[in-house]
Design a protein around this ligand. Structure first.
Ligand code: GEM
Ligand code: ZN
Length: 380
């Protein structure tokens, strides 16, 4: 038997491969920080053997509550990913199966590779509604790409169009965020979709499908290549530590923002939900009305979205303005939401075979266009 992880977003530490009934592993920390939760590796040579995998340090991960009711994700062909029964005893996460093939991949969540990211950019770039804007490079030399999307033939002048920004995967292990973006972009660029046509007539979209390509390729959960948690860099980003945020924020200051969505995944809560700007100093009844209208429209559009469970509300004036959503909401006095999807499943609509996965994230990304349409007339 052998285990490898020398591939895009690969990450694991092998403690012992001596006994297929007790393969001992450790979840690897991000390359320059203590955050550890993401894993992605390949097991070869175990076909027909009863295999037990034990992640010995799961209890020391960034979000240990993420392992309760969690099921490991696996795939033979790297296209179709399924869940395997898993147990967590408070320290060790373990899972058992008898591989039906001699090559089997395991991951914390369905991966989204750099190649698929480049394919998504390529798909968008050939649309006559899309202008690619190179914003600069990351510290590992990858491109930070912004998609500017609108119907340039529309009767609405650019000055009248609403500026809507979406960012995703500041935390690279939250791969569901880029699956969400894939679904959102495919629908937005579908010329037969009436909602898309109206939105492109009235809005300019600025979309960054992956805010952290270096961390993604490195198999990091939460940080870029120098250990920066990008969602804590928004008050004072720097080219030396967080060029990803610096470059995007600089462009935001040029365009202005009427609506902002920052897409993430959550390790513990088995729900899709949003977190708003209620703790911002400038939070107002206008923004609260907009938030409530957005949530009501999303609940009507998708049974996978809900507003009963989520993060606790920030106390008035207590928001952490280093977070993207809070900094953008405060600086631009606009509707701004963090969108959260589950690493586990949606407890309201569980799928025992797949749990929450890439395809369901895509569907949710498609559905978010409905609440955007619903609040459009109120944005300013
Ligand atoms: C979260 S954002 C946390 C927002 N919390 C509240 N109460 N508004 C982060 O960056 O920690 C996003 C994520 O990582 O999923
Ligand atoms: Zn996140």
């Amino acid at each position: 038997m052998s285990i490898s992880s020398a591939f895009d977003s690969g990450a694991i530490e092998v403690v012992s491969l001596a006994d297929h009934r007790d393969i001992q592993l450790r979840i690897k920390a991000d390359n320059a920080s203590e955050f550890a939760q993401w894993f992605h590796f390949r097991l070869q040579g175990a076909e027909g053997l009863p295999v037990t995998l034990r992640f010995l340090n799961a209890g020391n991960s960034a979000y240990p509550e993420g392992w309760t009711d969690y099921q490991v994700v696996a795939s033979y062909d790297r296209q179709h990913w399924f869940r395997i029964p898993s147990e967590y005893d408070g320290q060790v996460l373990s899972t058992q199966l008898t591989p039906a093939g001699n090559s089997l991949y395991f991951a914390y969540f369905e991966p989204y590779s750099d190649e698929r990211h480049l394919d998504l950019i390529g798909f968008a770039s050939v649309s006559d509604k899309v202008k690619l804007e190179p914003l600069g490079q990351t510290l590992d030399g990858r491109d930070m790409t912004l998609l500017r999307i609108t119907d340039s033939d529309s009767k609405t002048s650019l000055a009248q169009k609403k500026n809507i920004w979406l960012t995703a995967r500041q935390h690279p292990g939250e791969t569901m965020a880029e699956w969400f973006m894939e679904g959102f972009l495919e629908r937005l660029l579908d010329g037969d979709d009436p909602v898309s046509r109206v939105l492109l007539e009235r809005c300019q979209f600025y979309v960054v499908p992956n805010m952290n390509p270096d961390g993604a390729a490195r198999g990091n959960l939460r940080t870029n290549s120098v250990g920066a948690n990008l969602n804590r860099e928004w008050q004072a980003p720097s080219l030396e530590r967080s060029p990803e945020v610096f470059l995007v924020r600089q462009r935001m200051l040029e365009t202005g923002i009427d609506l902002f969505l920052d897409v993430h995944g959550d390790e513990a809560l088995p729900y899709n939900f949003v977190a708003g700007c209620e703790g911002n100093p400038s939070y107002s009844p206008r923004l609260e009305t907009l938030e409530n209208a957005f949530k009501a429209a999303w609940i009507a559009a998708s049974p996978d979205f809900q507003d009963r469970f989520g993060y606790g509300r920030d106390e008035p004036g207590q928001a952490n303005l280093t977070l993207a959503t809070n900094w953008v909401g405060e600086h631009f006095d606009c509707l701004a939401y963090t969108i959260e999807m589950p690493f586990k499943d949606n407890a309201d609509l569980p799928d025992p075979v797949y749990g929450w996965n890439g395809e369901r994230s895509k569907k949710l990304g498609e559905s978010v266009m409905q609440p955007i349409l619903a609040v459009l007339h109120q944005l300013r």
